[in-house]
Design a protein. Structure first.
Lengths: 353, 343, 151
């Protein structure tokens, strides 16, 4: 049997072995919130958590990131590319929804003629250790976007929480090599594997939120100018919490910072949000999206209509962070319901999602 | 310390009175639409709701989870409050004290016409500090929130916890002296419901006196630690009814004044300058803290702002639309003890 | 563009000398500084002067940006209340200074980095005395490290 067992007591051993080779990122408690940070000792790891406040995309695509630095030497300008992009990273404790978001991020950054090296190199050097969700939240809906609380596909190594131990399954080549290195892991028994399957089924059955996103995409494509958007965007205050906590949001702004006194500078990128009224403001002063309704609509269209057209999948992983974050409770489930009501009214029948 | 007797009975009374008044206003066509709060889909949240029919009045609710400052929806006016033929509609706003303050202060800045507003005053008994409750429950999902006696009961799949309300109230609510909107003598029809005439607000500001006695190093340590998790999402700015600038200072690029990154100096400067812009304008509603996705408590900065303007200029924002806010006014006798002088 | 803090390049002096930026109102304080110069009154060379039409022109952005750019101290000087060339510019400014000073202190930035003063066109000696005082205060506080951006 290929599956192994990792006792929770041995996490320290796992950490001390792996941190020699990898930069080890794990869920930690930062001012009351769970965040994925680089840890320096094993006590910092929080194993009991639902999900992090800021998604683990923060590790590979941080809020502020240097693209390159430059310095002047006489009349020459020397550009210093980043040297740490090939450092090996290990992200421990990623939920299946967030692991799937890495795939969506990869698709985005590799799309078209320009390959975003800064992200893609880091992604290639990173190893993802995922953990299955025994207790999905009421606001989670990964099963509606083709995901599953115990989905292994986007991880390298997958752990199932069996109480005092984890069932360890290698998923990718990278994962297989990693598990081979951890030769001290004991073999799993059939009972462990059965328990993991049982937990997976329990988790799957516990979902209360389910959507038919194919139908949602179809309705969105046909109703860009529908008056329902007025109702949907009414209470939105444009705070952009939803975009800042979304695992698939990728928009960024590029800024040059100059340090003339030291003859150097750097180009950085910081997260941007389509909910800001400056997002589409052009130099001429014209703004294609001056109204809140247009910005609110853009986010929904982007995730559930443009993404399927461009990438053949829904641009949402069902993590539910935007639902918990919205301060006016203008949450995604209500928005989707209102959109599906358009179809209901047209067909004259109730849509069961 | 405020003593709250029978929180749920109080809430029910407030809710019933508010619904009665709202119904009356719609029936007599004194207002075209009413904006208030309705039950949220998540246990610790409520939603804003706009109604224009008498039958919908039952949806209006008051519980201690009504965080959003509804004055935000007036500046700029949301499309539902504007009719293509009639122009600005007459809006009724379900207002706790700080929402009323917000509306009156916006009127003093000429952003709202008080003729077009009716304030449905309610005697607010405070809101729950949502972030603090969530952090104390930790990594367990909250499924139900209810009120029993003076406690807030929070339930999950396999846990139940009681929080004494007067301790787990929002920090600003603990020191609140203006629980009902202010009566404005120039506009006798402005306020219906529970409103109050405020002659002189007395506030000791004990809560920040202790903070002020620390050394500069300790203060810097505390502030940088509290603000270090800021992700610069600007939710605080968007939720604040007083932040209505077309171009925020931090977005200016001719010239670029301050950085937009999450480097600590950039974060501190953003909050410092925003606080400066709020001096004499902040109505202490706490919306900025309550919408922060990272749970930063900005309330102590707001309290300091209130203290500065009260002590130096004897001003409390949002009580009278005709009083000039302190930063657009000046007096020969203003205190200048902070100026550098010869020995 | 934001300009991160840099270490002050010392040439020959062995001791660290603060760099202070001074915003002087054109009609009173700038003339006062000029008078100090003409009268050969010595005052510390640490200040770099920026002339503005009135102290009321001073925005909090100028002061805070000076601190983030690496200046160790900021001095703002205007006409005495009642003597403003534009009647009430300095009175408006005085309220702004009060708020800013209190907030800076609240945030833990050393009071003493930012100083406000009144100096009229005839007060060359007073100008020099106050600049000397401000320089000493800033020198005691040491270099401005709080706004340093580490790359």
């Amino acid at each position: 049997m290929d599956e192994k067992i990792l006792l929770k007591d041995n996490i320290g051993k796992l950490y001390s072995e792996l941190e020699k080779e990898y930069k080890f990122y794990a869920p930690t408690k930062v001012k009351g919130n769970i965040a994925f940070s680089r840890i320096s000792n094993v006590e910092e790891i929080e194993l009991e958590f639902l999900n992090s406040k800021v998604p683990p995309k923060d590790v590979l695509f941080p809020q502020k990131e240097t693209i390159f630095e430059y310095k002047y030497e006489g009349k020459d300008v020397i550009i210093e590319e980043r040297k740490d992009l090939e450092d090996k990273l290990l992200i421990f404790g990623v939920r299946p929804c967030d692991a799937y978001s890495f795939k969506l991020l990869e698709d985005f950054f590799a799309f078209g003629d320009f390959q975003d090296e800064v992200f893609l190199k880091k992604r290639e050097s990173s190893t993802i250790i995922g953990i299955g969700c025994n207790n999905p939240r009421q606001s989670c809906f990964c099963t509606s976007v083709g995901g599953h609380p115990f989905q292994k596909e986007s991880t390298d190594v997958f752990l199932s929480d069996l109480g005092d131990k984890y069932l360890v399954e290698a998923v990718s080549e990278k994962g297989k090599n990693l598990v081979k290195k951890l030769s001290w892991l004991s073999d799993a028994k059939k009972a462990d594997i059965d328990k993991s399957k049982e937990l997976a089924k329990q988790a799957e059955d516990s979902f209360t939120t389910k959507f038919n996103f194919d139908l949602v995409t179809k309705v969105l494509d046909e109703n860009f100018e529908h008056p329902v958007w007025q109702e949907i965007s009414e209470s939105c205050i444009g705070c952009s919490s939803c975009t800042f906590l979304c695992p698939t949001c990728t928009c960024f702004d590029v800024i040059d910072e100059n340090d003339e006194y030291n003859n150097r500078g750097r180009r950085i990128r910081i997260w941007d949000t389509c909910q800001s009224c400056l997002y589409t403001l052009e130099t001429s002063g014209h703004n294609p999206r001056p109204e809140k309704i247009q910005r609110c609509r853009n986010r929904i269209m982007h995730k559930f209509s443009y993404y399927p057209s461009n990438y053949d999948c829904v641009g949402c992983v069902g993590c539910g962070r935007c639902i918990s974050a919205c301060p006016v409770n203008n949450e995604l489930r209500l928005i989707i319901d209102k959109i599906l009501e358009i179809e209901e009214k047209e067909k004259g029948e109730k849509i069961s999602a | 310390m405020v003593i709250i007797v029978g929180l749920e009975t109080e809430n029910k009374d407030i809710e019933n009175n508010m619904q009665e008044i709202a119904k009356g206003l719609l029936k007599e066509k004194k207002v075209d639409v009413i904006i208030g709060y309705k039950k949220g889909t998540l246990p610790l949240l409520s939603q804003p709701i706009i109604i224009d029919k008498e039958e919908d009045v039952d949806k209006l609710l008051w519980n201690n989870l009504c965080y959003v400052n509804l004055a935000k929806y007036l500046v700029p006016r949301v499309p539902r409050f504007v009719d293509s033929e009639k122009g600005n509609l007459k809006v009724g706003v379900v207002a706790k004290g700080c929402v009323g303050r917000g509306l009156i202060h916006l009127a003093s800045e000429n952003k709202i016409n008080l003729d077009e507003i009716t304030i449905i005053g309610i005697p607010c008994n405070g809101v729950v500090n949502r972030q603090r409750v969530e952090m104390e429950i930790g990594e367990k999902e909250i499924l139900e929130v209810s009120v029993l006696g003076n406690n807030v009961i929070v339930k999950g799949k396999d846990f139940e916890k009681e929080f004494p309300f007067d301790e787990y109230m929002n920090e600003l609510c603990k020191g609140c002296k203006i629980r009902k909107p202010s009566l404005v003598s120039k506009f006798p029809d402005l306020c219906v419901g529970e409103c109050e005439e405020y002659s002189n607000i007395v506030d000791e500001f004990d809560d920040i006196a202790e903070f002020e006695s620390k050394t500069p190093e300790e203060k810097w340590e505390y502030i940088t630690e509290a603000l270090s998790v800021c992700t610069r999402c600007y939710a605080c700015r968007e939720a604040c009814p007083m932040c209505y600038c077309n171009l925020c200072f931090v977005d200016q690029n001719k010239p670029v004044w301050f950085g937009k990154t999450t480097d600590l100096p950039d974060i501190i400067v953003y909050h410092l300058i925003r606080a400066m812009h709020m001096a004499g304008r902040c109505v202490a509603c706490g919306a900025c803290s309550l919408v922060c996705p990272m749970g930063i408590d900005l309330n102590f900065i707001n309290r300091k702002l209130e203290k500065i303007v009260k002590e130096r200029f004897d001003f409390t924002s949002g009580l009278d639309p005709d009083t000039l806010p302190p930063m657009v006014d000046f007096k020969m006798e203003d205190a200048e003890e902070f100026m550098l002088e010869e020995d | 563009m934001t300009e991160p803090i840099v270490e002050t390049k010392q040439s020959e002096s062995k001791e660290w000398e603060p760099k202070i930026i001074a915003f002087l109102c054109n009609w009173c304080s700038y003339a006062g500084a000029d008078l100090a110069g003409v009268s050969r009154i010595q005052y510390p060379p640490n200040i770099r002067i920026v002339r503005v039409p009135c102290s009321g022109r001073i925005n909090a952005y100028f002061i805070i940006k000076s601190l983030t750019d690496g200046w160790d101290g900021v001095v703002i000087s205007g006409c005495h209340p009642g003597d403003c060339h534009y009647i009430s510019g300095n009175l408006v400014a005085r309220r702004r200074f009060a708020i800013l000073k209190e907030l800076l202190e609240f945030f833990g930035i050393e009071p003493g980095r930012v100083n406000f003063m009144w100096a009229s066109a005839a007060e060359g000696e007073r100008f020099a005395v106050l600049i000397r005082k401000a320089t000493e205060i800033v020198k005691k506080l040491g270099p401005n490290k709080k706004f340093e951006k580490k790359w």
